[in-house]
Design a protein around this ligand. Sequence first.
Ligand code: GN1
Ligand code: MG
Length: 382
Amino acid sequence: MGYNFSAIIKNFKTEQGDFEVEAFGSGHINDTFLIKSANGSTDYLLQRINHYVFKDVEGLTNNVLAVTNHLKLKLPPNGNPYTQVLTFIEGSNGKYFYRDEQGNYWRMSYFLHDTQSYDLVTTTEQAYQGGVAFGKFQADLSDLDPSGLIDTIPDFLNVEKRLNNLHAAIQNDKVNRKKNTEEEINFLISREAAMSELLKWGREGLIPLRITHNDTKFNNILLDKDNRIQCVIDLDTVMPGYVAYDFGDALRTIINTAAEDEKELSAIQLNIPLFAEFTRGYLSQTLSFLTEQELHSLIKGVLLLPYLQSVRFLTDYLEGDVYYKTLFPEHNLQRTQAQVQLLKMIEEKQEELKGFIVSEWLNLKGKQLLHQSPLKVLHVKK
Ligand code: GN1
Ligand code: MG
């Protein structure tokens, strides 16, 4: 792997002893390694933070620490702050990251044993748990001031900026791939105006900026061995955002019956019961703070996130695969086509999906009202 792991590990306040190093996980951006204690004591995760993508590693580290500290405060009295929230290891320089001689940035956290994550969701129970996990994540952070966090990637989910980048990539056609992408380009351009609406709502002050995760793929939730939520991971993109981003990105991975980069487009179908269960779980946690306008923004997120992902994959394809890790030359094009297909399927069903979100909200609101005692209502009115 070409890195001097023992020199890197020495810079963190870990337990003493020998370690074995294994490559770990399937992220598209950072490199992750499992650091296994040779004498059976504590294991760690070591990550090389991709500083081509995350330019301000110190700012990113401050975000992640602010967020994890806040999440730990929200644990119930019997909660475990080391297993239910990511815990980072201090470096000997007092910082929570270390820059090696080659200029690579590293950080360490405790490895969470007996956990599992899934790329594909297959059961309604998993979908419900996913909704609870990301809804609770937003709820727990809803009283932390978003202006205290930096944008770890400026304009990360800003669709107008992403489209500008796509247009520049089309114009430059640096690696002569535009000719393979006419169909995808036309499709994406035809939806530009509709997909900018969420951003407009934000600019007009109709929906608030909150702290959102911004990478709510289902595999960013760790479940325990009984398939219950244990911990939300991959916090590098936690920053100010709109709740619809998280709702939409989670559903992008949850309702798709196929992989994000599925080659066989006919395998991409929507699993509507999983949509329903995720939504039920999500709203159960967010009902108390979501505004009505945010509720109506959720369906926009469901359409926007596969769209944004298509725009980003296509841009990277046209730029010569400089951003995402790819496994074969046409990988980013295949990813684009799969996300475009997913978006087409969602567009067909959008009225049904929208109706479901609203009726589930009304249902939960109704239950909430029923549970309020008459005395309490009287007291509020006084
Ligand atoms: C990247 O690294 P990973 O796989 O968690 C990307 C996300 C995309 C995702 C698509 C910082 O996440 O935005 O949704 O790939 N992260 C960044 O699978 O760009
Ligand atoms: Mg990520």
